[in-house]
Design a protein around this ligand. Structure first.
Ligand SMILES: Nc1nc2c(ncn2[C@@H]2O[C@H](COP(=O)(O)OP(=O)(O)O)[C@@H](O)[C@H]2O)c(=O)[nH]1
Ligand SMILES: [Mg+2]
Length: 311
C-alpha cells in the first residue's frame, strides 16, 4: 500500500490501515516520516486518558469496563498499552489482549500494545506519534495504559489530558509513588478491588495527603470484579473534562512542547550518527574529558557543522 493511500484509509478509520501505520511508525520503517507528515492537521481533540499503577492493580480489567461504558455513549475508542519491559517482542501483554478481545469485533474499539523501546526514562517519541495516528483516525477516546511506577509512568503526563492512578486497598505502593512523584501528576485516583475491603480507608489516605496542598483530586473507590463504581468514575472523568478546561488546555501546550523536544532530540541523534565531523570527535575522545568532547560537538552544531541531510 502506498503511503498516501495508507494515510487516506487511516483517516477513514480503517483498522487494517491503522494497524499497519502503527507498525510502520513503531519500527521506523521506510516512509514512516512521510506518513506522519501527511496526517496533519489532526481532527479536533479526542480525550486522552492515561492510566497508570502497579502491575496487577487492575488497570486492564478497568479499561475493559471503561470501553463498554464509552461504547454505550457511542464513542469511538482506542487503547494503547505501553509495555516498557518488552524491547524485543514489539508489544507483549498478550494476556491483556486476550482479556480485551471481547471488544474485538467492534470496529469502534481499537486495541494495541506497543513496546517502549529506545527511550531512557520516559515514553518514546513513537508513543506520541502513534497517539497522533489514533487521533488522525478519528478516535474520540484514547486510553494509554502504562505498566509500573517508574519514569515512563511520570511521562504519561506528557501524552495524556487526564491521568488516572489505579491503587488497591492493600497495596503498599504509596511510598514508591510518593517518591517517584507520580502522585503529583495524577488527576484522578481509583482505588480498585474495594470488594477486598478497605477501599474507603485508602481513599481517605489519599485525600489526607492532599489536604495540606490545596489540591483536591477526585478519588473513587471501585470494584471492577463486582462492577461497582464504574459509572461514577466515568462521570467523574467527563466532569473533569468539562470543569478543568483551562488545566487541560495548559497540559496540551506542554504535551506539544515535550513532543517537539523529543523530535529534536531524535533528529540530533540521527544527525550525529551521520555527521563526519561529529563522528570524528566521538571516535577521537578515547579516555579524554567527555564534557570537553560534548562542548566541541555542541560548538560544531551551533556553527552549522551538522550536514543538512534529507531523509
Ligand atoms: N478482587 C478483585 N480482583 C480484581 C479486581 N479487578 C481486577 N482484579 C484482578 O486483578 C488481577 C490483575 O488485573 P489486571 O487488570 O491484569 O491488572 P493490571 O496489571 O493492572 O492491568 C486479575 O487477576 C484481575 O482479575 C477487583 O475489582 N477485585
Ligand atoms: Mg495490564
Amino acid at each position: 500500500m502506498k503511503t498516501l493511500e495508507l494515510a487516506a484509509r487511516l483517516r477513514r478509520n480503517d483498522p487494517v490501515a491503522l494497524a499497519k501505520a502503527i507498525s510502520l511508525v513503531e519500527n521506523r520503517r521506510k516512509d514512516y516520516k512521510k506518513l506522519l507528515e501527511s496526517i496533519y492537521p489532526l481532527p479536533s481533540g479526542p480525550l486522552k486518558i492515561g492510566i497508570t499503577g502497579s502491575p496487577g492493580s487492575g488497570k486492564s480489567s478497568l479499561i475493559e469496563k471503561m470501553i463498554a461504558g464509552f461504547r454505550s455513549r457511542g464513542l469511538s475508542i482506542a487503547v494503547l498499552a505501553v509495555d516498557p519491559s518488552s524491547p524485543l517482542s514489539g508489544g507483549a501483554l498478550l494476556g491483556d489482549r486476550l482479556r480485551m478481545i471481547q471488544h474485538s469485533n467492534d470496529p469502534n474499539v481499537f486495541i494495541r500494545s506497543i513496546a517502549n523501546r529506545g527511550h531512557l526514562g520516559g515514553l518514546s517519541l513513537s508513543t506520541h506519534e502513534i497517539i497522533d495516528l489514533l487521533q488522525a483516525a478519528g478516535k474520540e477516546i484514547i486510553i494509554i495504559e502504562t505498566v509500573g511506577v517508574g519514569q515512563s509512568e511520570v511521562d504519561i503526563v506528557n501524552v495524556a489530558d487526564i491521568v488516572l492512578m489505579v491503587l488497591n486497598p492493600d497495596s503498599g505502593d504509596e511510598i514508591q509513588i510518593f517518591k517517584a512523584g507520580i502522585i503529583e501528576i495524577a488527576d484522578i485516583f481509583v482505588i480498585n478491588k474495594a470488594d477486598l475491603g478497605g477501599g474507603d480507608i485508602k481513599a481517605g489516605e489519599i485525600r489526607n495527603y492532599f489536604a495540606m496542598s490545596g489540591r483536591d483530586p477526585l478519588v473513587f473507590s471501585i470494584s471492577v470484579k463486582e462492577d461497582q463504581g464504574i459509572p461514577e468514575l466515568l462521570e467523574g472523568i467527563f466532569r473533569f473534562q468539562r470543569e478543568e478546561v483551562g488545566h487541560i488546555r495548559e497540559k496540551s501546550a506542554s504535551i506539544m512542547k515535550n513532543y517537539i523536544e523529543k523530535i529534536i532530540v531524535e533528529r540530533f541523534q540521527e544527525e550525529m550518527r551521520l555527521d563526519p565531523a561529529i563522528t570524528s570527535v566521538l571516535d577521537g575522545i578515547g579516555r579524554s574529558n567527555p564534557y570537553l568532547a560534548a562542548d566541541q560537538i555542541v560548538q560544531l552544531i551551533k556553527s552549522g557543522g551538522i550536514h543538512d541531510k534529507k531523509n
